[in-house]
Write a protein that binds this ligand. Structure first.
Ligand SMILES: [Zn+2]
Length: 105
């Protein structure tokens, strides 16, 4: 995806890519770094950096509207701080994976 995006802007060498991922996305940072290194090895992008940014879980209570969350999936088991309800919270942030920034020449 990064390669297509930089080619569209007449660039040929990726310098850095930032991926923002939700704490519930199931992404393992070490594994993604390993894959990235393997993919760029021997290519024009060999020196590129991968920046991973973990986005915290943000939940909304459908009963009282409170917004709350945390840094891990433990947030899903947290009662609403507004009304105490334990179930039915809507995940507003935490499942996404976004290629948010590219640096290229
Ligand atoms: Zn609530």
């Amino acid at each position: 995806m990064a390669e297509e995006e930089i080619a569209r802007r007449d660039c040929t060498r990726l310098l850095a890519a930032r991926v923002e991922y939700g704490a519930l996305a199931g992404l393992m940072p070490e594994a993604l770094h390993c894959c990235f290194e393997a993919i760029i090895r021997g290519t024009a992008h060999e020196q590129a950096r991968l920046e991973l940014v973990c986005l915290p879980v943000r939940l909304r209570c459908p009963f009282c509207g409170a917004i709350f969350g945390g840094d891990s999936q433990d947030a899903l088991a947290t009662p609403c701080p507004g009304c105490g309800e334990l179930f039915g919270h809507i995940v507003e942030q935490g499942k996404e994976m976004i290629l948010s920034r590219l640096e290229a020449l």
